[in-house]
Design a protein around this ligand. Structure first.
Ligand code: SF4
Length: 289
């Protein structure tokens, strides 16, 4: 998921063909039944199919109410603390057809309605396979289901204005407050996230901000002050800020994948230090968790 910290996967993919390894090229030896290789490439471009990493049904995270969270494969960021590094590359997941996915989500509508919940598209990065995400959001939103994306904002420019109409809430990760730290954390640039936040603010789109406290990496007072400065621009449409303590439960996955894990010796922050950072945002007038 975009914040890299929350969420536990509870549901396994129910349908579709399991694809590993070769899925990076999608269409090598693992064509979905009924598709030729070129058809599969075209189906991915049009959003008829996508590589879905996993699903979970969960309450009180990733948005209001009971939510079905669809974790998409693929992410352009390389966050040091990512606890789902297997979503970074397009290597693991299930190739799923859009009609199956939409049908599955709609089945839960009574639960969403009863709990004030809905669909959350997370990842990886939900906007990485944009054609599929766009179509799922539209169909699910048209069916009267609350929709959320859980994103770093790095690919926010991929969303057209009419796509934003199909999103009820954006969970936006601000992973750091200055370019240098942001790059150290994610290996990418901060500016696209700021641009996306500005755009959401201009249309008054409800936003929950997430910030992960990593000792020695993101917890410096200057960095926190810079994050506070950025989000203060968007005060009118931010409903809450979630300050999340780093944990290294993702370490095993990094080891399994053979990726170098840089936070081996980093301990979770002390609760009082996290609270102090929450206070910085509260002082700015935000509702903070
Ligand atoms: S690398 Fe991608 S999926 Fe992992 S925490 Fe960062 S934004 Fe989220």
């Amino acid at each position: 998921m975009a914040d890299g910290i929350t969420g536990v996967v509870h549901l396994n993919p129910e349908e579709g063909e399991k694809v590993r390894g070769a899925a990076a090229g999608l269409g090598t030896d693992n064509d979905l039944e009924g598709y030729t290789r070129p058809e599969l490439m075209q189906a991915r471009r049009s959003g008829d199919v996508a590589l879905v990493h996993s699903w979970e049904l969960v309450t009180a995270v990733d948005g209001p109410g009971t939510r079905m969270t669809m974790f998409m494969s693929g992410c352009p960021l390389r966050c040091q603390y990512c606890h789902n590094p297997d979503t970074m590359e397009m290597k693991v997941g299930t190739l799923e057809r859009i009609e199956d996915v939409v049908k599955r989500i709609k089945r839960y509508k009574p639960i969403f309605n009863a709990s004030g919940g809905g669909l959350t598209i997370s990842g990886g990065e939900p906007l990485f396979q944009i054609a599929f995400a766009r179509r799922v959001l539209k169909e699910v939103h048209d069916a009267g289901i609350h929709t959320t994306i859980d994103t770093s904002g790095y690919l926010g420019a991929r969303l057209r204005d009419e796509d934003l109409d199909n999103i009820d809430l954006v969970l936006l990760d601000v992973k750091s407050g200055d370019e240098e730290t942001y790059k150290k954390v994610t290996r990418r640039e901060l500016q696209p996230t700021i641009d996306f936040g500005d755009r959401l603010n201009a249309i008054d789109k409800p936003v929950w901000i997430r910030f992960v406290v990593v000792p020695g990496l993101t917890d410096g007072p200057e960095n926190v002050a810079n994050v506070a400065k950025i989000v203060s621009r968007w005060k009118s449409n931010i409903e809450r800020i979630e300050v999340l303590p780093f944990h290294n439960m993702g370490a095993d996955k990094w080891h399994e994948l053979g990726y170098p894990y840089t936070l081996e010796d980093t301990k979770p922050p002390k609760p009082e230090d996290v609270e102090e950072i929450r206070e910085v945002f509260r002082k700015e007038g935000f509702v903070v968790y």
